[in-house]
Design a protein around this ligand. Structure first.
Ligand SMILES: Cc1cc2nc3c(=O)[nH]c(=O)nc-3n(C[C@H](O)[C@H](O)[C@H](O)COP(=O)(O)O)c2cc1C
Length: 188
């Protein structure tokens, strides 16, 4: 697919079939992720993949429990309290694969680098006909000491991106985005 078209049609997908995604396909996405730029070429990323429906259910439930118990009324996520309290709400929308991008410590700008890698991964997935969605709901929990311990993520790694990958149930129409707001544009 032509790059501009891939960028334009990528959408956050919130409904997936349970079709398994081959390991080889996920490797293709990881290889796209690691092509991202990084500060001082530090390449400070590591990855974790979960392709187990029971493990994803446990993680979805733990993420919801953590968010509901820690939300304050002032939190921007407070409006999701009811949704997060619903037993049947799956924060992963039924996707068969979850990819974590982990930022390794002692690097100049690990979080930014990993988030650039995340966009590469999502665009590569779109280019392969797969849907993705960044799951902040789970990312918040996974980046806590309890979340890291439960998953076996090293304590000093930061969970930079939590992305579901799967076969979309149906394609989404392109979304109109706000036009670029240019604060300044200095010319000679
Ligand atoms: C940091 C971050 C966290 C997000 N967390 C969630 C989430 O927990 N659940 C969800 O359904 N979408 C989540 N999204 C997806 C956004 O809602 C989505 O990107 C936005 O609505 C724009 O839609 P688009 O991705 O289709 O362009 C997240 C996106 C980002 C960048």
């Amino acid at each position: 697919m032509e790059l501009q078209q891939t960028i334009r049609i990528r959408r956050s997908i919130r409904s997936y079939t349970n079709k398994p995604i081959p390991q080889e396909t996920i490797r293709t996405l990881l290889n796209a992720a690691v092509q991202a730029p990084s500060a001082m070429n530090s390449q400070p990323w590591a990855f974790a993949v979960i392709q187990n429906a029971a493990a994803l259910k446990v993680l979805s439930d733990a993420s919801k429990r953590y968010l509901v118990s820690s939300l304050t009324d002032a939190s921007p996520l407070a409006k999701y309290r009811d949704l997060l309290s619903e037993p049947n709400f799956d924060v992963f929308y039924g996707a068969s694969t979850l990819v974590l991008i982990l930022a390794k410590p002692n690097n100049p700008r690990p979080l930014e680098d990993c988030q650039l890698a995340a966009e590469n991964l999502m665009l590569a997935a779109c280019d392969n006909g797969l849907g993705t969605c960044f799951i902040g709901f789970a990312n918040i929990y996974l980046d806590t000491p309890a979340g890291k311990k439960e998953q076996g993520i090293p304590e000093d790694y930061q969970v930079a991106a939590t992305i579901v990958v799967g076969e979309p149930k149906e394609p989404l129409a392109p979304m109109d985005k706000k036009p670029p707001e240019v604060v300044f544009w200095k010319e000679a």
